[in-house]
Design a protein around this ligand. Structure first.
Ligand SMILES: Nc1nc2c(ncn2[C@@H]2O[C@H](COP(=O)(O)OP(=O)(O)OP(=O)(O)O)[C@@H](O)[C@H]2O)c(=O)[nH]1
Ligand SMILES: [Mg+2]
Length: 401
């Protein structure tokens, strides 16, 4: 359970904040001051300064909290170290709890490594809630074609094709959330805070809960470019993949009724115009990706043989040989694993042995888009949704077995 010392809330009670902006952090001293400054400007411009800026930190050892507190702001600020499992989700959960105690009508979450945040992001992320009837606003930004590989290869397609809401950045991290939805999140089983929801599973959990609970409308906020501390998928994203996808699979199980019956893909309105932007370069070590894929499959070879149907076993040996996997086979593997994930004793192994296929999928995507413009890559990502959608029957078949 994410606990927030009541006394932190006590200090800020009765102040009638119109907005609370939560910033989770862990060793972000070099980037957090810009985030705080810009957030404060946004609160000044769009909420007359009547906001609270909250830093929920994972006990950083680089002075992140001190930097946060040292920025002079019009809005009030508070920084604390959350309790609970270490991770982004625990940080966010404690912010939710504080917002709930203080009854702040709208909450914005922004990452502390953002370098492209602007004051008007605050407006874009909140106006659909304040002026329309949205309960949840996800970010809509331009990213480098190889930033967001977990988003592009699994989260965006499944949220669209299976959960039925075309949300381009379901795990973007920068969200607007109404108090109504915050209360819904906090009414869910406390046990979720003992799972990967306490870590990087938080974003996909928030998005799929917002969809599955049908609390109200969802919007996307046009934010321009996402520029942040980027990661090479093959080197840094394995653990994040496990946490995000493990949570996504659990949510498929939890909201089974919702998606089994749903056959639509609803567009989700984008609020605001897209400014002209450029993204920063990002290099991906493709040989490393392929090697990690091959090695990972080798290490899980017996297990993969055990759980996969005859047809998919061929994919295993093929991917072991080449280090890449094409889209169709990737979708089949993902669906099979999602269904098998419901067996508690297999969970850990399932996710661990899916990671090398994710590396292989990214490697294939990089090979096919390497010398192509971003628009070409974006089109491919869009097309993937059709494949995930056309194979929904296969997911059902695996699911019912
Ligand atoms: N409090 C806390 N915050 C964390 C922790 N891990 C990550 N965060 C914060 O969560 C936010 C997002 O983390 P990043 O590492 O930038 O991940 P990301 O941008 O979602 O992922 P990529 O798109 O893959 O780079 C940042 O503000 C981090 O400081 C943690 O263990 N504790
Ligand atoms: Mg980041």
């Amino acid at each position: 359970m994410v606990l927030l010392p009541e006394k932190i809330a006590d200090k800020f009670k009765g102040k009638d904040y119109e907005i609370l902006v939560g910033i989770p952090s862990y060793n972000n001293s070099s980037t957090i001051s810009r985030v705080v400054r810009v957030v404060d400007e946004g609160i000044k411009e769009y909420f007359n300064g009547k906001g609270l800026i909250v830093n929920s930190d994972g006990n950083s050892n680089d002075g992140t909290r001190e930097v946060f507190m040292s920025v002079e702001t019009l809005a009030e600020k508070v920084s604390f170290v959350y309790e609970g499992l270490p991770g982004k989700g625990s940080a966010m959960g404690s912010i939710m709890k504080l917002a709930n105690i203080l009854e702040v009508p709208v909450v914005v979450f922004v990452d502390s490594d953002l370098r492209s945040i602007e004051p008007w992001w605050i407006d874009r992320l909140t106006r659909p809630i304040v002026e329309k009837n949205a309960v949840y606003v996800t970010p809509y930004y331009v990213r480098h074609k190889y930033d967001g590989t977990i988003t592009n290869n699994i989260c965006y397609p499944i949220v669209s094709a299976i959960f039925g809401k075309k949300i381009r950045q379901p795990i973007g991290g920068d969200f607007g959330v109404s108090l109504t939805l915050i209360k819904n999140y906090l009414s869910q089983s406390e046990d979720v805070w003992k799972t990967d929801v306490a870590k990087f599973g938080i974003d996909i959990w928030m998005t799929t809960t917002a969809i599955g609970e049908k609390v109200g409308d969802i919007y996307q906020a046009s934010l321009g470019a996402k520029i942040h501390d980027v990661k090479d998928p093959g080197k840094h994203l394995g653990p994040m993949f496990s946490q995000v996808v493990g949570t996504l699979f659990r949510q498929l199980e939890k909201y089974e009724k919702y998606w089994v019956e749903n056959d639509r893909i609803d567009p989700v309105p984008v609020f605001g115009d897209a400014p002209e932007v450029e993204v920063e370069p990002l290099t991906v070590d493709i040989e490393n990706l392929k090697n990690s894929a091959q090695k990972g499959i080798e290490n899980n070879y017996d297990f993969l043989h055990e759980i996969l149907e005859k047809e998919l076993v061929n994919v295993v040996s093929q991917t072991r040989e080449t280090g890449v996997i094409e889209l169709e086979k990737w979708v089949e593997i993902v669906y099979k694993f999602a269904a098998e994930y419901r067996k508690p004793q297999l969970r850990e192994k399932i996710i661990k042995s899916l990671v090398p296929f994710y590396f292989a999928r990214v490697a294939d995507f990089v090979e096919k888009t390497f010398d192509k413009p971003d628009e070409y890559a974006e089109n491919l990502i869009e097309k993937q949704i059709e494949t995930f959608r056309s194979k929904k029957d296969l997911l059902m078949k695996f699911w019912r077995k």
